[in-house]
Ligand binder design. Structure first.
Ligand code: HEC
Length: 98
């Protein structure tokens, strides 16, 4: 085999998957889209069912973890639906909404 074309062959899979390379979706973002957007919206500002604007929330990761796990008012509890690790991931993502 001609060794000079080897680098090009190694690069092919990278070039063939531009969509994945351009839009990395984190596990936390996926969990957020599945569980939170119907009330909070993709940008955190939707406010359906009286949901608070997440971009204006002063709650830190600890407070958000408690609230997502146990719920409050019209906000459902996710402690039985999501694992502790998933709650941590979705909370971390919610903190990126500004
Ligand atoms: C059924 C609608 C609904 C869904 C689904 C929902 N929320 Fe909420 N959320 C609310 C409501 C309503 C409040 C206000 C609760 C209160 O204070 O009485 C709230 C409040 C919050 C707060 C506190 C904001 C603050 O500082 O007051 C956070 C953080 C939050 N939600 C995160 C999430 C995350 C993360 C998810 C997904 C795992 C989620 N919510 C899913 C309705 C919802």
């Amino acid at each position: 085999m001609n060794l000079r074309i080897l680098p090009a062959l190694l690069l092919l899979p990278v070039l063939a998957t531009p969509a994945i390379a351009q839009a990395p979706v984190t596990p936390g973002q996926l969990l957020y889209q599945k569980n939170c957007t119907r009330c909070h919206g993709a940008n955190g500002k939707k406010g359906a069912s009286g949901a608070h604007d997440l971009t204006k929330s002063n709650l830190n990761a600890f407070g958000r973890t408690y609230l997502v796990t146990n719920g409050m008012g019209k906000m459902p509890a996710f402690g039985k639906k999501l694992t502790a690790a998933q709650v941590q991931q979705v909370v971390a993502y919610s903190l990126t909404l500004r």
